[in-house]
Design a binder for this molecule. Structure first.
Ligand code: ZN
Length: 196
């Protein structure tokens, strides 16, 4: 079972990926995700443990066994959130990221120079793509991506709000606002940070 405090058990998928890009930072990043559903989903994705049929994809695209690469980047069922992820990420980077295949996901997620907020956006993008592809009636991935970012930023604020000492709590909240570019990117509604 999932235990974020324990070292991951390496799967064939991880070994294949780590041989090419490494994965030292990926699991450390996942441990810092405050929205647990996203942490769990990301953990499963990077372990190669998301459940889907590995038989030929029902979209009928000419190919053999189904793969993460096909589901995330090629399958015509559902739409893709990658433009949204790139656009959101541009708020945290000088030059835009490139997200065209699974290698890019692993490479960016494992890059120590890539800001945490960008990695979170990539993981929200994977989840948005996953659910727009698998859950009928195909909710547009843009909507899912925005919803997930709202969840992940709000969970960050929730954690800051639980700091007991008032002065430290205010400092923690200020840091969260800075991290998520409030109020430019997110607006505060009650105790949630809503993506604009
Ligand atoms: Zn397909």
């Amino acid at each position: 079972m999932w235990n974020p405090g324990r070292a991951p058990k390496w799967t064939d998928k991880q070994i294949e990926k780590t041989n090419s890009v490494g994965a030292n930072y990926i699991f450390g990043t996942i441990r810092k995700i405050k929205w647990r559903q996203l942490a769990f989903f990301s953990w499963k994705y990077f372990q190669g443990a998301l459940v889907f049929s590995r038989a030929k994809c029902e979209c009928g695209s000419a190919q053999g066994k189904n793969t993460h690469q096909h589901v995330l980047f090629e399958c015509p069922i559902g739409d893709f959130p990658w433009d949204d992820v790139v656009e959101f990420s541009s708020n945290f980077l000088e030059s835009p990221i490139c997200l065209e295949n699974e290698y890019d996901i692993w490479h960016l997620s494992n890059d120590a120079e890539i800001p945490f907020q960008v990695k979170l956006a990539i993981m929200c993008g994977i989840r948005a793509r996953w659910f727009t592809r698998w859950v009928p009636p195909n909710t547009p991935s843009t909507r899912l991506f925005q919803k997930y970012l709202t969840e992940v930023a709000s969970a960050d604020l929730d954690a800051a709000n639980t700091v007991h000492n008032e002065e430290e709590r205010q400092q923690a909240i200020t840091k969260v606002y800075k991290r998520w570019h409030v109020p430019e990117l997110f607006k505060l509604k009650y105790t949630s940070l809503i993506l604009r």
